[in-house]
Each structure stands twice: as structure tokens, then as C-alpha cells.
Design a protein around this ligand. Structure first.
Ligand SMILES: [Zn+2]
Length: 298
């Protein structure tokens, strides 16, 4: 349990947050879309939406060293045997059968295989606590503490606020309740994908005029983020492998690995996935939501 006094004292520790962003492995997983703790912005028929949220500090329940966010990797794609939608085990630094399979496809050098690997790649998202400031589509959400799952684009906006490009800009810790800033989420539909480019932080402002008693009560309402990186939240390698084989249409068929495949798997490199990701980072979690919606309709 972290104390409120420590939170207030250590809140300008941007170095800690920056270091955590730079660290390569610091992952997690998030709840399904039926999890009512999660807030989602709504868009109109044209695909446009707007809301104002405030990112909140690491929850009291997670202790002094906790970060205000967790990282989550997941896979969502359709194969001949159905849909595969699940957490990626690399989130908890373990071997993932889907990533291994993708790596084999990618390293085959065959363009068609590379396309499949791109389609099946792991997608990165983040989970953080937020206060919903303004939600015109669902005003009942306003004033509530919720979890928010978002993609790389929004995380980049957060890191930009913490490390501005220009010397005349002051670094802001968006998770600070006293000296942080509200986030204006602006969603547009660009070529069929949700686009967050227009989103931006407002000017620095204290929540609740910096009234400590109100802020402490708010902070204590936050949800723990720890569960998203707990091993118990993930299926085992074997269970995921079985599901993957079914989705890929390999079920019941013994698929021995060739020597070449084994060699490729042994030389598994994280960078290969980074390459795939960098080429297909267009929209991260919204793409997954799209797949989930389709799967739900099946
Ligand atoms: Zn994976």
C-alpha cells in the first residue's frame, strides 16, 4: 500500500516514468470488452468522437514502486479453423506459440507467409486508470474512475508530454493530479480506422482545485493494475498452442518441426517482431476491438 503523502512528494519523478518507458520489457494484459471497469470512447456513425479524460497516478493498492500503466500484448486474427483472440504470453516474458509460429513464417522469406505473420502479429496496448471528465455520448460516465485501454498512438502523446521536443516547452507528467493535464481525446475515421492524431493535452491544471481530501478519495477509488501482469490471468503455452493449431487448421494432425524450423525457433529474435510491428502500427487496439466484434457476432 502506498501512502498519499509519498504520492504527493514523489509525483514529479519523471525520471522514473521515463526509465520505465525506455525499458523494453514491462508488459501486461487487459479485461474483455464486457469488463465494466473499462471505459471506451464512443464514436458517431461517421466514426468521429470526442471525450476529455484525466490519466491518474499508480493506484494506492499497487504500492510505491508501481507505474501508472501496464503494457499488454494480445493476438486477434482469423484462420481456417476460426478466430484466435487471446493474450500473448510475451506480456509476462514467456514464450508465445503464436509469436513463435509468426517468427517461422517471417523467416521463411516468402512474401505470402510474411503477410500472414503481419496479420497475426501481437498488438501492443496499455491499461491505465482515468477519471472521465467529459463524455458527451455517455454523460453518466462523467466523474467516474475507470480503466482505459489504449494503443501506441496515445501512449506516444503521453511520452511527448513528458519529454517535449522543444526547449520552450515544460515537461508535464500527465498522471499528476496537481500539475498534470486533462487529455482531449479526438477520434476521427481515417480510411476505416480510428485515428487519434488530433488528440492533445490541455493546459496544466489541478484536479478538484488541488483539494487534497478529494484527490485522496479519488486515488483510493483506482483499480489495481497488477492483475493484468499476473501469470494466473494467462493460459498456459500448451492450451494456447492447441487453440492456435485448431485455428490454423492443424488440429489432429501431427506437425513435426523440420530441422530448419527448429533452428529458426532457436534463434528467435525479438527484433523480428519489432520489424513487423513498426510496419503495421496503424491502429492498435481498435483493430483488435474490430476483430472482437466480429468474433462476438459469429
Ligand atoms: Zn504472442
Amino acid at each position: 500500500m502506498s501512502s498519499f503523502a509519498n504520492l504527493k512528494r514523489g509525483r514529479s519523478d519523471l525520471a522514473k516514468l521515463t526509465k520505465a518507458i525506455e525499458a523494453t520489457s514491462q508488459p501486461a494484459e487487459a479485461g474483455s470488452k464486457d469488463d465494466t471497469r473499462f471505459w471506451q470512447p464512443e464514436v458517431d456513425k461517421a466514426g468521429n468522437g470526442m471525450a476529455v479524460i484525466r490519466f491518474l497516478p499508480a493506484p494506492a493498492a499497487d504500492g510505491d514502486d508501481a507505474l501508472p500503466w501496464v503494457r499488454v500484448f494480445s493476438h486477434g486474427f482469423q484462420g481456417p479453423g476460426g478466430w484466435f483472440i487471446d493474450n500473448c504470453l510475451t506480456t509476462i516474458n514467456e514464450k508465445c506459440p503464436v509469436c513463435e509460429h509468426n517468427n517461422t513464417l517471417w523467416n521463411s522469406g516468402i512474401e505470402a507467409n510474411k503477410d500472414i505473420a503481419r496479420k497475426q502479429k501481437r498488438k501492443l496496448s496499455y491499461v491505465a486508470n482515468i477519471l472521465v471528465i467529459s463524455d458527451p455520448s455517455n454523460p453518466a460516465n462523467e466523474g467516474q474512475v475507470r480503466l482505459y485501454k489504449f494503443g501506441k498512438k496515445i501512449f506516444d502523446k503521453i511520452t511527448e508530454a513528458m519529454n517535449p521536443d522543444f526547449a520552450d516547452e515544460t515537461p508535464v507528467n500527465p498522471f499528476d493530479m496537481w500539475e498534470g493535464a486533462n487529455f482531449k481525446l479526438k477520434i476521427r475515421n481515417v480510411e476505416g480506422y480510428r485515428n487519434y492524431d488530433k488528440s492533445e493535452f490541455a493546459d496544466k491544471s489541478a484536479l478538484f482545485d488541488g483539494e487534497d481530501s478529494k484527490l485522496e478519495a479519488l486515488w483510493k477509488k483506482e483499480f489495481s493494475l497488477k492483475e493484468f501482469t499476473e501469470k494466473s490471468q494467462f493460459k498456459s503455452y500448451d492450451v494456447i498452442k492447441t487453440r492456435l493449431d485448431k485455428v490454423l487448421g492443424f488440429e489432429g494432425v501431427e506437425m513435426p518441426r523440420t530441422k530448419a524450423e527448429t533452428a529458426i525457433l532457436d534463434s528467435f529474435k525479438e527484433e523480428d517482431l519489432a520489424v513487423i510491428e513498426s510496419r503495421f502500427e496503424a491502429s492498435v487496439d481498435e483493430e483488435l476491438n474490430y476483430f472482437k466484434d466480429l468474433a462476438d457476432k459469429k
